[in-house]
Design a protein around this ligand. Sequence first.
Ligand SMILES: Cc1cc2nc3c(=O)[nH]c(=O)nc-3n(C[C@H](O)[C@H](O)[C@H](O)COP(=O)(O)OP(=O)(O)OC[C@H]3O[C@@H](n4cnc5c(N)ncnc54)[C@H](O)[C@@H]3O)c2cc1C
Length: 284
Amino acid sequence: MSAASDHIRVFVPTSLNELLQTFKAYPDAQVYAGGTHILSTRNTPYARLPEKVLSLHQVDELRRVTRTEKYIEFGAGVTLRRILDLGPKAFPAALFEAIQTLGPLGIENLATIGGNVCVSGRLMTLVPILYLLECRLELRSASGARWVRIGRFHDTNGTTVLEPGEILTRLRISPGHWNRQAFKSFGTIYLSETDPLVFCGLAHVDNSVLADFRFAITTHRPSFIRNRALEAELVGRKVPLAKRDYEVIEAGLAAVMDEQSIPRRTIQRRRAVRLTEWFAQQLR
Ligand SMILES: Cc1cc2nc3c(=O)[nH]c(=O)nc-3n(C[C@H](O)[C@H](O)[C@H](O)COP(=O)(O)OP(=O)(O)OC[C@H]3O[C@@H](n4cnc5c(N)ncnc54)[C@H](O)[C@@H]3O)c2cc1C
């Protein structure tokens, strides 16, 4: 199904198959989920659609949420409101909190989980927590399907690895066994001058021992600040952590931030350390 005005052509497929065939025929069409990112970044004095729009709204297959013992799966077109309506117990608390704090009130009615991940050029608010939850993405085109880890979905410039004619169809996370979770965000994601930073932490504490621990931080740069060697070093330690554990955290973070050329003595660097240490203090 398609509608046209003088300059804008809108395709509104009603099945996944029709969507993929339409995208094959018009690979230059802009995939349009909630449109909240697309319209907010169009450089026009008023909201104006791209010339060819491929709407996901009528594709039921993209609007499903499935839960099994091993994973939770979201259709890419599931709105953030729908996820919030399922309640805080249905998902890892840090994911729920990330969705709650994303953007101005009301945006969750339109914005989709897939649209958040597919933004090119930067890692949006939900990406680091999905990364910690080992999210895998199903990408489909008219010629087939593939699964990609979210950590490999954006290249070093932040560009997504989506090929022409390819759509993100499903996101699969593993809920895990986390009994300590944290999510914090600062600044405005679109404005680097506000020093945006997102912190996510997940841990499992068992009998006063840190049985599992991971954290990820993102800024306006399209990369994750994460140090798996540091995480592994802390696993098995007694909680509350000792003074020397905090020294390990500081050194491990400094190493990864130096590697990514994040300038020293910046607010983002200080926040990254403080938040990781703050999360470490919650582990008791
Ligand atoms: C005032 C304002 C504040 C905001 N603040 C935040 C914030 O703090 N944090 C944050 O993360 N976001 C923020 N956003 C951006 C946006 O609302 C969210 O990122 C939202 O989740 C995007 O989802 P969407 O469905 O609206 O995506 P859309 O705008 O429809 O699409 C985003 C991009 O992904 C592509 N796309 C969408 N779905 C698919 C798919 N299934 N397959 C392939 N490509 C696809 C589109 O072509 C487009 O390039 C803000 C937006 C506004 C207007």
